[in-house]
Design a protein around this ligand. Structure first.
Ligand SMILES: Cc1cc2nc3c(=O)[nH]c(=O)nc-3n(C[C@H](O)[C@H](O)[C@H](O)COP(=O)(O)OP(=O)(O)OC[C@H]3O[C@@H](n4cnc5c(N)ncnc54)[C@H](O)[C@@H]3O)c2cc1C
Length: 490
């Protein structure tokens, strides 16, 4: 719909007032209703959340709106959470600008409202895609306007589920060790939330100065004048290639195993409210079939990212060119590919992310006990998928479940709200399109779990509740039998 005059183009302050009004109409946030607890001198959070990226912020807001005490930790400095202003290289988001993202059903909390309030409806109409850094600005505003308290520069180093109903966290803050306690813990740790960037094993044999993963922080200036190989053809590979070219790389070779670039984004085609809410109800073979199909079809690099590369005459697309290994020799990298050898100076792996518990030392106490899908479901021949097999098999509230024959009291108090949850829960665990649905669903589940656990407390509270609604002087009790004169007149 086009608006000739922006309904909200009255500045951010007016938008913030309107948001406050909308929240007041919805009676958000609710007052805290859970019992306050203290453990070893530390206040116990109802829910601790690791990661204050988009998912962690949306979840913390939804929990806060439900009257829960939340402790939100991120190792990044304030305003630099997630990939947007650090490791991401794309000029704009891939997602369409209209998506409501983490707005939690509040119109005034959408990117659109935030944008229009500052730049007007005409600017919104002419905006094509959301610039990457502007998205980060929006998330910074989101945090501030909802008054979400983030403990930045707090790196969680250890997670200990306990048998006494608490999860204990060990945290490192500017060199100081800290401890914290919560009744439930959520991992909102992002795209590589249970692992790290995926690279072939032989990469680790190469000097680290010769390669990077697309999600590494890399000063692209070091690529000036170099022959750079980029492995992969997804969005991050394409953006890495573009950055290398724009920073003066002598040549950039995209080394793509497939004979063609994927053209169609099947995941986008599947998107509908039905998919968002219905996926979790599907039987195992149907979940597996969908996720495996999306994996094998792969997501095309965005149109504009691809043009951003191909407009450089020193960019080369090598299709059907699987990289098989490399060694450093003669001051260069000798790279073997299925199409033949090539000499390069630097390799960038745009090869996605893998579940790799060893790369997440804070999870070392739970990793051996978490049940993976491999223990739940054996795919039919031809549908094998190592990444899906390694995905955690989550319960209905995103909670980890214990492996057959293992004992890990309290593991079920740890909830997985990051990308590897997608096989169990669907697309509500990370990306912009359905992040609100995920946050609302998980927050509602957590509120319910906390209530049920404390039912004795809540029952006692109900019994002790003594605020009268009638004072006793609103009526007078009549004598029985009723007045005889009244009876005889009937
Ligand atoms: C380059 C790139 C581009 C993307 N573009 C799009 C797009 O256009 N549209 C879309 O829908 N999706 C996109 N995505 C996918 C997804 O939306 C993003 O990955 C998004 O950042 C996910 O949000 P998140 O909160 O789950 O994770 P993140 O934003 O990654 O946040 C995770 C946070 O956890 C913190 N953390 C991790 N470990 C610890 C620890 N031990 N202690 C404390 N803090 C910790 C990190 O510091 C980080 O801030 C993109 C992803 C990438 C990588």
């Amino acid at each position: 719909m086009t608006f000739s005059t922006g309904p909200h183009a009255q500045g951010l302050a007016a938008l913030e007032q309107r948001l406050a009004y909308e929240m007041a109409c919805l009676q958000q946030p609710a007052a805290r209703w859970t019992p306050a607890r203290v453990q070893e001198g530390h206040p116990v959070a109802d829910v601790a959340v690791i990661g204050a990226g988009m998912a962690g912020l949306a979840l913390a807001a939804a929990l806060h709106h439900r009257g829960l005490a939340v402790a939100l930790y991120d190792e990044a400095p304030a305003g630099l959470e997630g990939p947007w202003a650090t490791t991401a290289r794309m000029e704009t988001l891939r997602s369409p600008k209209q998506l409501a993202g983490p707005a939690l059903g509040l119109p005034s909390l959408t990117f659109r409202a935030w944008f229009e309030s500052q730049f007007g409806a005409a600017a919104w109409e002419s905006l094509d895609k959301i610039p990457r850094l502007q998205w980060m600005d929006y998330l910074r505003w989101y945090r501030q306007v909802l008054n979400l308290q983030v403990h930045n520069e707090h790196r969680v180093t250890d997670v200990h589920p306990r048998a006494d109903g608490l999860v204990e966290l060990h945290i490192e803050h500017r060199g100081q060790p800290l401890r914290a306690f919560a009744r439930r813990l959520v991992l909102a740790t992002g795209r590589a939330g249970l692992g790290t960037g995926s690279v072939p094993p032989w990469a680790h044999e190469l000097p680290r100065s010769r390669w990077a993963h697309s999600a590494d922080e890399l000063d692209h200036e070091i690529l000036r004048g170099l022959r750079v190989g980029v492995v992969g053809a997804g969005a991050s590979a394409m953006d890495s290639a573009a950055e290398a070219l724009e920073h003066g790389a002598a040549r950039v070779h995209l080394l793509v195993r497939r004979p063609d670039l994927p053209r169609v984004n099947k995941g986008k085609g599947a998107g509908s409210p039905g998919f968002v809410h219905g996926y979790v109800r599907l039987a195992d073979p149907h979940k597996w079939r969908i996720r495996h199909y999306i994996h094998t079809q792969q997501v095309p690099p965005p149109h504009l990212s691809t043009l951003r590369v191909s407009r450089h005459p020193n960019a080369f697309f090598h299709l059907g060119c699987a990289v098989q290994g490399a060694r450093e020799q003669g001051g260069a990298l000798q790279v073997r590919t299925s199409a033949g050898p090539i000499e390069l100076d630097f390799l960038i792996f745009g090869t996605g992310f893998a579940i790799d518990w060893a790369a997440r030392p804070m999870l070392r106490h739970i990793a051996p006990h978490v049940r993976p899908w491999a223990e739940r479901w054996t795919p039919p021949e031809g549908e094998e998928d190592a990444e899906l097999s390694a995905s955690p098999d989550l319960g209905p509230d995103f909670e980890f479940q214990v492996r057959e024959g293992h004992v890990c009291p309290g593991l079920e108090r740890i909830h997985c709200f990051c990308y590897p949850a997608a096989l169990s829960m669907g697309v509500i665990t990370g990306d912009i399109p359905a992040i609100s649905e995920g946050a609302l669903q998980l927050a509602t589940g957590l509120a319910g779990l906390l209530y049920a656990e404390d039912h004795e407390h809540h029952f006692a509270r109900m019994q002790a509740y003594a605020e009268p609604e009638l004072l006793g002087n609103e009526w007078v009790a009549s004598p029985w039998p009723p007045h005889p004169a009244e009876e005889s007149s009937r």
